[in-house]
Design a protein around this ligand. Sequence first.
Ligand SMILES: Cc1cc2nc3c(=O)[nH]c(=O)nc-3n(C[C@H](O)[C@H](O)[C@H](O)COP(=O)(O)OP(=O)(O)OC[C@H]3O[C@@H](n4cnc5c(N)ncnc54)[C@H](O)[C@@H]3O)c2cc1C
Length: 281
Amino acid sequence: MTHDFDAWRARSPFYDETHDQLAQSVRTFIEREVEPYIDQWEADRELPRELHKKAAEAGILGLRYPEEYGGHSEGFDAFHGLVLTEELARPGAGGLGASLMTHGIGLPPILAMGSEELKQRIAPPVLAGEKIIALGITEASGGSDVAKLRTTAKRDGDDYIVNGGKMFITSGMRADYLTTAVRTGGDGAGGISLLLIEMDRKGVSRTRLEKMGWHCSDTASIHFDDVRVPAENLIGPENGGFMGIMRNFNSERLGMAMGCCAFARVCLREAADYAAQRETF
Ligand SMILES: Cc1cc2nc3c(=O)[nH]c(=O)nc-3n(C[C@H](O)[C@H](O)[C@H](O)COP(=O)(O)OP(=O)(O)OC[C@H]3O[C@@H](n4cnc5c(N)ncnc54)[C@H](O)[C@@H]3O)c2cc1C
């Protein structure tokens, strides 16, 4: 019996030859563009920006996004997305998929709820790997109970003024854009909106966080001090952001679950390799 990454999973009845082709093409990309450098990126605590461009050119960033914004969705289903998650896990560095693919959590609310102007402005450069987008929900005061978030956005003429902060934000140090959950109304889920904040705006500051794992994924705490953001950056209706956040979590959970299974296979492969090499007594 072989003990490689592929042998540890029974053939999925939901995969056909197009899933196999995608797996092979992502694997070739990873072997050429990632595996020779991943240890250095782990030490650097972040991925190089060029990797996003290369991943876009290889069709990885745009997978299952609409053609009109630079993606390719025709012929791809949810299982192609899971194939991609598996292959990104294969090098054994959890931060790779997390940070290279943060647009997978930052962009969908814009495509689902944003204005056409916002979609056209943000999605093409992100899917081309020229800009990095992240998602800012969690705060220092807590992440599980999203309805209690405290960062405020107060309307002032044509702008919102944002004050507060976000915690544990993946790709937060490198992000150009942050899809940010803010309180625009009263207490609870009904007072939350989503606002796209450009990270070079005056009053935005960020601090790199050290973690136990996911080393090549830069993680930040982000502070907003009277940050002026144009109201046209609102994603969906004012006080209607909570549904957008919850809808995002569904695909995130599926991806996380597949990632866990794939990383378990990586651990088994590593353990089997080590057991085969090790000579005792
Ligand atoms: C590496 C990493 C990357 C992340 N990336 C992002 C990101 O990109 N964007 C983002 O917004 N967030 C991100 N997060 C934050 C993540 O979503 C939160 O850590 C998560 O939602 C939990 O929130 P918390 O850490 O504040 O824990 P808390 O909500 O404070 O929970 C602490 C503990 O209490 C338990 N608990 C909470 N509420 C209850 C309850 N009512 N009953 C019983 N038990 C309860 C929890 O299960 C947990 O064990 C990231 C976190 C990590 C570690």
